[in-house]
Ligand binder design. Structure first.
Ligand code: B12
Ligand code: SF4
Length: 602
């Protein structure tokens, strides 16, 4: 926990020890990655804050407050999320030089797609002899599943970047002490030794960083680990399959810490909060904070497709302040789900699950993966139409099936020497990184972009607004969601999860492997693109806002009913395309019937 010197409003920069002789400069950088045009993806305000950064910041602030480097040494912490803040390498180097290089550049939460950018940030610091360490899913995933060198880990070794695998709770002291002594090790590997989460420092970012995100929301992970075994998943191989969790007391502490700075909107980043063993105690505490203490909590959680079967889960989620739920739907073809070992996803339950969230007026968003073995461009078009007509989903997010280092899928391809893209920058689940049996690379990339246009068609967005008005979902929130989800890929060629307001670029952020551009060309294009894109965005916002207003004023709006909103009726649902169109779907229905008949016979 944070020590007595920690100040929520001002952040750990104000954490001081009495008359320290030296000040250790800890620079936490969460890198972004390069967009298709070769410039770093960065915004004036990003949509989603980084929990990896908040987690490491919280641990570092605790180290500072406890005086982990001894009574004579203070730790000054700076946090930079590159998606909303430019990494000014010259200024950071100058700052470190003022402290005789006494400090550490920590590259935080580095994913595979961010690894090339992280190395580019590290290079000038290493050239100046400044200690650099890196942690996150790329290093952890590779060390958990591969041979210790793949994929490209030798680049860290060559540059003298210290690699950290596993989780930093209880371990950051050692890294900081080694850095302060000039004795950073080449590798800290704790991947087989995952810490318990109770009573560890909670994720936290001071308000001056949180205000760089749209909506001023922040994050925490209430737990880690998932019991399932999806073959495309890296999480189970890095954070394990056992549920580890924070205590309700810890959650209350972090909510109060943030509320002291006026922040009450949280993204709970657990991949599957429904499988957090402490979910009920945590919800109960959040309910108390909201209903008794009056903290206006607004939460987003991630869950699986069977969460509605847990007694009281959905109802308590509502009372705790959940306004948006992200569901790992992934696909509606059971053959695809079985191929990915995602058998826990039962398409026969999808409507019941989504309707239970709708009954609480909660916005439903699902992840949908394109590129499973049975997919073709045509089958994907068909499936999107089925979802639009038959499932009460608000948002749908598309991803390309990607062999992410750390996943079983990647390990299998790697062991069999199947070709995969050698540019790690493209492993962002938006690009195609390996071959597909039934789609060419062009078809696959084409249908990925088309999928966003198909789902967020003007007509379907109008239907979504109508459904929202009929189910008590906030039209204002839905309009915001539709603006981001329908435009970010089309306008900026970036996934909404990496989106933001006002895309920024700087010549210094061009990928070094690409030739620098002429300054006049660069700045002229930046200004014209910005004007053009914002005109398109303004049109979209006005159209959706006017539609929402008209629907809100329609006295019949609350009676709207369509196939998706129709309550589940086993017999009628049998005729749905969702349960009929593929052999896998028909087999799933037959299986459910068989189980029901056997159960009834007993
Ligand atoms: C919340 C989340 C997001 C949020 C916030 C980002 C964030 N990283 O916090 C949002 C929505 C923005 C997001 C977006 C994306 N995400 Co994401 N995200 C997650 C999620 C669910 C939780 C992240 C988290 O908080 N973990 C908990 C923290 C505490 O763990 P950690 O990051 O590993 O950090 C610990 C250790 O690694 C270590 N550590 C980390 N850094 C350092 C540094 C040093 C020096 C040291 C000593 C230790 C250390 O200590 C930390 C504390 O224990 C993870 C899955 C997961 N369970 O982690 C996916 C995950 C990280 N995301 C992933 C992906 C692919 C993306 C996107 C590219 C998707 C997209 N196209 O939009 C974007 C990238 C955007 C971006 N700028 O990061 C992948 C990465 C896989 C990989 N191998 O690269 C993951 C693993 C999910 C998956 N599908 O497998 N994401
Ligand atoms: S349910 Fe989600 S977190 Fe769990 S194994 Fe599957 S993809 Fe990974």
């Amino acid at each position: 926990m944070f020590g007595r010197n920690f100040c929520a409003q001002n952040g750990a920069r104000r954490v001081t020890r009495s008359n320290p002789k030296r000040r250790f400069q800890l620079i936490l950088i969460k890198p972004s990655h390069y967009g298709d045009d070769g410039y770093v993806i960065r915004w004036w305000r990003s949509v989603t804050p980084s929990n990896s950064l908040a987690a490491v910041y919280g641990i570092a602030a605790d180290c500072a407050a406890r005086g982990a480097l001894g009574p004579d040494t203070a730790i000054d912490i700076e946090a930079i999320d590159e998606t909303n803040t430019r990494v000014n390498i010259a200024a950071l180097k100058a700052r470190l030089a003022r402290h005789d290089g006494f400090g550490l550049v920590a590259l935080v939460g580095v994913q595979t797609n961010q690894y090339p950018r992280a190395l580019d940030i590290a290079r000038p610091f290493r050239a100046a002899g400044i200690p650099v360490a890196m942690g996150g899913f790329h290093i952890s995933g590779c060390l958990s599943m591969l041979d210790g060198k793949a994929v490209d880990l030798d680049a860290c070794r060559a540059l003298g970047i210290s690699m950290f695998a596993g989780e930093a709770e209880g371990r950051l002291d050692t890294v900081l002490q080694d850095a302060a002594a000039g004795q950073l090790k080449a590798l800290y590997n704790y991947i087989e030794d995952l810490p318990a989460m109770q009573q560890t420092p909670v994720p936290f970012l001071p308000a001056r960083y949180v205000t760089r995100t749209v909506g001023h929301s922040t994050t925490f992970d209430a737990g880690r680990g998932c019991p399932y075994q999806c073959s495309f998943c890296t999480i189970i191989n890095v954070q394990g399959r056992k549920s580890r969790f924070r205590s309700a007391d810890d959650i209350e502490q972090l909510v109060r810490l943030n509320w002291a700075a006026g922040i009450s909107k949280f993204f709970i980043t657990d991949d599957n909060f429904a499988r957090n063993r402490e979910w009920e105690a945590i919800f109960d505490r959040l309910i108390r904070l909201r209903e008794v203490d009056g903290i206006p909590l607004g939460l987003m959680i991630q869950v699986d497709t069977l969460c509605h079967k847990i007694p009281d889960f959905v109802e308590k989620a509502k009372r705790a302040g959940v306004t948006r739920v992200f569901i790992g739907l992934e696909n509606i073809n059971p053959d695809n789900l079985a191929a990915a070992k995602k058998k826990q996803n039962r398409i026969t339950e999808y409507r019941a699950m989504l309707l239970s969230w709708k009954a609480q007026g909660i916005i439903t968003i699902a992840g949908y993966i394109l590129g499973f073995p049975a997919d073709t461009a045509q089958s994907i078009r068909r499936d999107i139409a089925i979802i639009q007509n038959e499932l009460p989903l608000d948002g749908l997010e598309f991803f390309c099936l990607t062999p992410l280092p750390g996943s079983e899928d990647h390990q299998t391809l790697w062991k069999n020497a199947v070709p995969m893209d050698s540019d790690l920058n493209t492993y962002d689940v938006e690009h195609v990184c390996t071959a597909h049996a039934r789609m060419s690379r062009e078809d696959w990339e084409g249908i990925y972009r088309e999928a966003w246009q198909l789902y967020y068609s003007p007509q379907h967005m109008k239907t979504l607004l109508r459904r929202a008005a009929a189910t008590g979902v906030s039209l204002r929130s839905l309009v915001k969601l539709l603006v981001v989800f329908s435009s970010t890929v089309r306008i900026e060629s970036v996934h909404p999860l990496q989106g933001g307001v006002l895309r920024l670029r700087h010549p210094s952020e061009r990928r070094p492997t690409l030739a620098p551009e002429n300054a006049v060309v660069f700045w002229t294009r930046l200004v014209t693109d910005t004007l053009k894109n914002h005109a398109s965005l303004a049109r979209l916002i006005i159209t959706l806002a006017l539609q929402a207003r008209a629907i809100a004023r329609d006295p019949a709006a609350s009676y709207y009913l369509d196939q998706a909103l129709t309550p589940v009726d086993a017999e009628q649902d049998d005729s749905l395309e969702l349960l009929n169109k593929t052999a896998g779907a028909r087999a799933a229905v037959a299986h459910v019937r068989k189980v029901a008949a056997l159960t009834a016979a007993h």
